[in-house]
Structure formats: structure tokens, C-alpha cells
Design a protein around this ligand. Structure first.
Ligand code: SAH
Length: 320
């Protein structure tokens, strides 16, 4: 199968399960403090040049309640690995969001103590994003990715067993990858108990040990999106903002060819530069941009949230 056919088939599979509906979520980056030291990530502990911030619950809650765009059905709270922000900000914020809104709540806080992830669940979060980054244990170690690959996978399985809907994923084109890295990652995704999966192209961060490494071609990430959709028709698969950096149409193509989730960034504008997952001039996805990409892909924003979505039942059996 050539690339175009594969991408079209992935789009058709997405349409068959989800129709043309794309889930729209917001992301807020709560803190860039991080106890890890991943070589690929600008938030790493050893990046002394980074001004660190931790948002405060009350002003953030107030601003979110006033500014959540209409198309948004879910919110993802993300941060460096920072148990303090989980305890002091995320938990009360989730309580407020549950009381005041109907948003589905997802979190991406890395490896947490069991009592903290349980508290998040009890507060009303339902979806956990925990990427394994690479499926090759040796490369994982070499990159100083969090803890160890086995530990990260164990955490993913434990979250799913505790009732979370879990999304995982990897970075394509990370330095030090063995030749079969992508195939390994795709296979590992299929073996995990997941509700969603994601892929990001590697983008060298200027303040990291991998600053001089080559970025991954966006085409590779698009290809992975299509393969993931074909592997698992029901996954939530995001188009990611990194796809809008190089080739502007790549984000739209992701939505056309299998992705069904778009993210609007609601981190307070003056702090966005300090959340350098990729690089300081990363593309900030506004509601306008996201809705334009969704329309350009021939899709519509989903009226139903990710956590409320249920697959359509097949036609009812006829009683003879
Ligand atoms: N601390 C949390 C989540 C925040 S980091 C955790 O450990 O899960 C969010 C994600 O950014 C990471 O999971 C990683 O996949 C991605 N990321 C970091 N640096 C990157 C880079 N240089 N290129 C592409 N993706 C990167």
C-alpha cells in the first residue's frame, strides 16, 4: 500500500467510528518545575536558564471559567513532574472545574505517588496522558527519560487498572533510536490498555543536550498517525501543534488522515515562553486556528466530550 492510500484508509476508519467529529480540548500548563532530567526536554532539571513558574489556583480558575472557548469539551492539565503543583493547584482546580463546568478532565503529570493519582481520580479527573517516549529500553535509559521504561509501563498499566482511561505515545525521530524504533513503539502501543495514543516529531530544544540533533520530518509523524488509526480504530489520536511548525498543512492532514483530537492552548500568554517542551517560538494553537484546521480537514468540532463519548451501537438485532 502506498503512503497516500494508507492515509486515506486511516481517514476512512476514523470516519467509520467517529464520523467527522473532532474532539476539542484545552490544555493548561500548570508548572514547569520538573524533578526529571530528560535529555530531549527543555524543562529538564539541569536547565538553569529557565525561569520556573507554578500557577496559582484562584486566578487560574477565575480566568478559565471566564475564557473557556465554546468548542472545548475537555481540559488537559499538564506540567513538569512536580508533585507540589498536583497537590496545591491541580486538586483544588479540578474540584472547581467539576462543580462549575461540564468539562471532562484529563491530566499529564508524569509518574506520581499512588496517593496523589488516587486523589486526582477522586477529585474527578478521568483521563491520564502518560507517554513512554521510546519503546527501546536502552535508548530510554540513554535519554535519561523518567525512571525506567519498565517502570513507566507499569504505571500505565496500574492507572488503567485503577479505572483511568489512559493515553500513551512516543516521540518519533528521537536521537539514538534503533532502526526499528517506530515499529517497536507502534507494537507496544497495541499491547497496552489504552484509550488513546499520540506521536510527536522530535524537535531539538535549544537549551538541552540534544540542541544540535536533527529534527524529525513531520511526514514521519503523519505516517505514524495513520498507522495508529489503522491499528486501533477507537483510539483518541491528537493532531499536535508541532505538526503546524514546518509544513503548515500537516496539522490539517493529520485530522484528515486519522487524528480526531485537537488542542487549544490556554496557558496564560506571558508564561508560554517558559514552557519550552519544544522551543520558544512554538506554535500556540488558538481556538481560531484549531477551528480553521478542523474545517479545512472537512471535519466539525464534536459536541460530545472525550470522556462522555460512546461508540454507536450496531443496528439492533431484529426480534423474530
Ligand atoms: N511531565 C509529564 C508531561 C509533560 S512533558 C510527563 O512526564 O509525562 C510532555 C511531553 O512533551 C513529553 O511526554 C514528551 O513526549 C514531549 N516532549 C518533550 N520534549 C520534546 C521534544 N524535544 N520533542 C518532542 N516532544 C517532546
Amino acid at each position: 500500500m502506498d503512503g497516500d492510500t494508507l492515509h486515506e484508509r486511516a481517514g476512512a476508519v476514523r470516519d467509520a467510528v467517529f464520523g467527522r467529529a473532532v474532539f476539542v480540548r484545552a490544555v493548561v500548563e500548570l508548572s514547569n518545575h520538573c524533578q526529571r532530567n530528560c535529555s530531549y526536554c527543555g524543562m529538564r532539571r539541569d536547565n538553569r536558564g529557565l525561569e520556573r513558574f507554578r500557577l496559582e489556583t484562584a486566578p487560574l480558575a477565575e480566568s478559565l471559567l471566564a475564557n473557556i472557548p465554546e468548542s472545548v469539551t475537555d481540559i488537559n492539565l499538564q506540567s513538569g513532574e512536580d508533585p507540589q503543583v498536583v497537590e496545591e493547584v491541580a486538586l483544588p482546580l479540578i474540584g472547581i472545574l467539576r462543580r462549575e463546568t461540564r468539562l471532562g478532565i484529563s491530566v499529564s503529570f508524569g509518574l506520581l505517588r499512588d496517593d496523589l493519582s488516587r486523589a486526582l481520580r477522586d477529585a474527578g479527573a478521568g483521563y491520564y496522558v502518560m507517554k513512554f517516549e521510546t519503546a527501546d529500553a536502552e535508548q530510554y535509559r540513554w535519554l535519561h527519560a523518567p525512571a525506567a521504561l519498565e517502570r513507566r509501563l507499569e504505571a500505565i498499566r496500574n492507572l488503567a487498572a485503577a479505572g483511568w482511561r489512559v493515553s500513551s505515545g512516543f516521540i518519533v525521530g528521537l536521537p539514538g533510536a534503533p532502526p526499528n524504533a517506530t515499529a517497536l513503539a507502534l507494537r507496544l502501543l497495541e499491547q497496552l490498555p489504552l484509550a488513546g495514543a499520540s506521536v510527536r516529531p522530535f524537535i531539538p530544544g535549544p537549551e538541552t543536550p540534544l540542541a544540535d540533533a536533527a529534527p524529525a520530518p513531520v511526514e514521519q509523524a503523519l505516517h505514524c498517525v495513520a498507522l495508529m488509526r489503522l491499528a486501533s480504530p477507537r483510539w483518541f489520536i491528537p493532531a499536535v501543534s508541532a505538526m503546524a511548525i514546518g509544513r503548515k498543512d500537516a496539522y490539517t492532514r493529520a485530522l484528515r488522515n486519522g487524528a480526531n483530537l485537537a488542542t487549544i492552548n490556554l496557558t496564560p500568554p506571558h508564561l508560554r515562553g517558559s514552557y519550552p517542551i519544544y522551543r520558544r517560538d512554538r506554535i500556540i494553537m488558538t481556538e481560531r486556528l484549531v477551528l480553521d484546521h478542523i474545517a479545512a480537514a472537512g471535519c466539525v468540532p464534536s459536541p460530545v466530550g472525550m470522556l462522555a463519548w460512546r461508540p454507536a451501537l450496531p443496528a439492533a438485532p431484529i426480534n423474530e
